[in-house]
Ligand binder design. Structure first.
Ligand code: DQA
Length: 143
């Protein structure tokens, strides 16, 4: 079993970017924790971050081909703008879980709408980086 984890723009700065909103842990910390959980459960895991919309779309296409049963995606700002990422996810047949570190509904109104939520099977927001772990546990338990 395989899960693909996708991190959108600016998440490479996790830990130093607005830590009052996004916390002090880094993207490496997030991926390391996810990898530990996945490996313990006997799952393969692919983690990828990009600041480029097209690269994220290519990674979603790759997940269609590489046997990934699920995608965990934090599309970051593309959540609120990207019909193209929504379309790519619509072409993926497995489970999709959308994760936001912050509670987007408590923030500016432009963060309240998500294109990706039109496709996501589950949405987690506001649990900090634990949201990724919760998403992975849900995927593992559902299998
Ligand atoms: C975010 C929320 C988005 O609105 C923002 O653009 C991000 C991160 C989150 O994880 O809380 O970059 O997706």
């Amino acid at each position: 079993q395989k899960v693909t984890v996708l991190h959108g723009p600016n998440l490479n700065l996790l830990g130093t970017r607005q830590p009052e909103i996004y916390g002090h842990e880094t993207l490496d910390d997030v991926n390391k924790q996810l990898r530990e959980t996945a490996v313990l459960a006997g799952w393969e895991i692919n983690c990828f971050q990009s600041n480029h919309e097209g690269a994220l779309i290519d990674a979603i296409h790759a997940a269609r081909q590489d046997g990934s049963q699920a995608i965990i995606i934090n599309p970051a700002a593309y959540t609120h703008t990207s019909v193209a990422i929504l379309d790519a996810l619509n072409a993926f047949e497995g489970t999709v879980i959308e994760v936001h570190i912050s509670n987007v509904h408590k923030r500016e109104s432009f963060r309240h709408h998500s294109y990706v939520s039109l496709r996501a099977d589950g949405v987690i927001a506001g649990l900090g980086i634990h949201g990724y772990q919760a998403a992975l546990e849900a995927i593992i338990k559902a299998r």
